[in-house]
Unconditional design. Structure first.
Length: 215
C-alpha cells in the first residue's frame, strides 16, 4: 500500500465537436481528496538501477465522471485511510470494497482552460471556471442531458476560495509544515525505520539465543 495522494481536484477531458474540453472535478464544499495509491521499489533490468514508483488506483466512474471518462481515481474518505495504510487489520475483500466510485452527489465539476494540459503551466488560474462552456452536473436534464448553463468563477465560492489560497501559497515561502503529505511521509518513514530497528533487534536476540543453546 501507499500513502493516499491528496489533491484539490483532478481533470478529465471531454470530446466535443470543437475539440477536447478539460473539466476539473473536486469535492463539494472544497477540501482535499485523498486518492488510493500503490508504491513499490524494483530494479531496472537493463541498468540494475533501483527505481521507486507510485501509481494512482482507478475504478469505474460515478454518474458525474462517466460523462467524461470510463474510469476515475479511487477517492478515500478519512475513515478509510487506516485500512488502506495497513494501520488497521483488513482482509482482501474489505480492501476491495474500498475501491468503489466516490458518490457523484458529493462532487462538483466545472470547465477549465486547455492550458491545464501543458505541464509548463502551473498557476491558480488553471482551475478557474471558464464562462464559455457549460458545467456538467449529475442528473441534470437541462439542455437535453447533463450540461447546464455557462458559469463563471463567481458561481463557485469554493473554487474562488481555493484559487485565493493557491495565490497566497505561491506568494510566501513554504516550510515542511505547509505540506501535510510531506509530514505524513516523514511519519511513515519514521514508522518504517522503527519497524526495521525492531526487526534487527529481534533477529539479534534470536541469533544470541540460538548461540546460547548450542553451548
Amino acid at each position: 500500500m501507499a500513502l493516499p495522494r491528496a489533491i484539490g481536484q483532478f481533470c478529465e477531458w471531454q470530446k466535443t465537436t470543437a475539440g477536447k474540453q478539460p473539466y476539473a472535478i473536486g469535492l463539494k464544499g472544497g477540501g482535499l481528496m485523498a486518492m488510493a495509491g500503490l508504491r513499490g521499489t524494483w530494479r531496472s533490468r537493463p541498468s540494475g538501477e533501483r527505481v521507486r514508483s507510485f501509481a494512482i488506483v482507478t475504478t469505474e466512474p460515478n454518474e458525474l465522471c462517466a460523462q467524461l471518462h470510463n474510469r476515475m481515481p479511487v477517492v478515500l474518505t478519512p475513515a478509510m485511510w487506516p485500512l488502506w495504510l495497513g494501520e488497521e487489520p483488513a482482509g482482501l475483500p474489505h480492501l476491495k470494497a474500498l475501491l468503489g466510485p466516490y458518490p457523484a452527489d458529493d462532487m462538483v465539476c466545472w470547465p477549465v482552460s486547455a492550458r491545464v494540459g501543458n505541464v509548463k503551466n502551473n498557476d491558480p488560474s488553471l482551475i478557474e471556471p471558464i464562462a464559455s462552456v457549460g458545467v456538467i452536473t449529475s442528473g441534470s436534464q437541462e439542455n437535453g442531458g447533463n450540461v447546464t448553463r455557462p458559469r463563471a468563477a463567481d458561481d463557485f465560492p469554493m473554487i474562488r476560495a481555493r484559487m485565493e489560497e493557491l495565490r497566497r501559497e505561491r506568494a510566501r515561502p513554504r516550510a515542511a509544515d505547509d505540506f501535510p503529505m510531506i509530514r505524513a511521509r516523514m511519519e511513515e518513514l519514521r514508522r518504517e525505520r522503527a519497524q526495521g530497528l525492531r526487526s534487527r533487534l529481534c533477529r539479534h536476540r534470536q541469533s544470541r539465543d540460538s548461540a546460547r543453546g548450542t553451548k
